[in-house]
Design a protein. Sequence first.
Length: 243
Amino acid sequence: MDFILESSSENEEDEQNRVQRVRCRRPRTFRPRINFNFITIFEFNQRFRSTSLKLEELVNIIGAPLQHETGRNHALSSRQQVQVALHWFGTGCQYHAIGDMHGLSKATVHRCIKNVTSAINRRLTRNIIRWPRNLFSVIRKFHQIAELPMVVGVVDGILINIDAPTVDEEGFVDRYGDHSINVMGVCGPDYNFYYINSNWPGSVHNARVLRNSSLYRSMEAGWRPIANGYTGCLRNKYINFNQ
């Protein structure tokens, strides 16, 4: 009987301690948010690598899935989330540094970047990264730049540094000793991307990335960005390299 009474007393004491901890729990603090609407145009471009108008266009396209249903817990607006993501895209700062500049926690910055990136991939990638409809204009512009005939794009690779992954870490070590992914891109004369492949780790050579890309396989199978390829260009009466 004494054992039962002692156990009951201990349970009551544990319950009281739990209630006391709940009562003494530190209240949540919300850091003051930074308003970037009143900075100069130069400062805005320097932070976000974009104009305010272009940023607003992006928000209008991808903002709907980013919007929170309620304003509880000081939820960020779609525009604020896009600003955080663009700031990180343009500078590559540590999450805590971006958080300090926006008045946000490190975890919130991570969620913003993840959600905005997913929204961009879902709503923009297939519409933006594609071959242009008027490739004859592209050919003409490349000829004006370097006097190279029949060029529809330039291809190159770049190493994008990443944090060391937990799986196959050695495969991501590039020739400079950094952890990265090898990204292949095809660009036009106006610096627009027509094709991107980001499937390979940094240790893989550019030639291998190209050989294993869908672009290479398509062209080996006979596909060309312009119907009839080189012959079609020669027959097109609208090409004037002197313009």
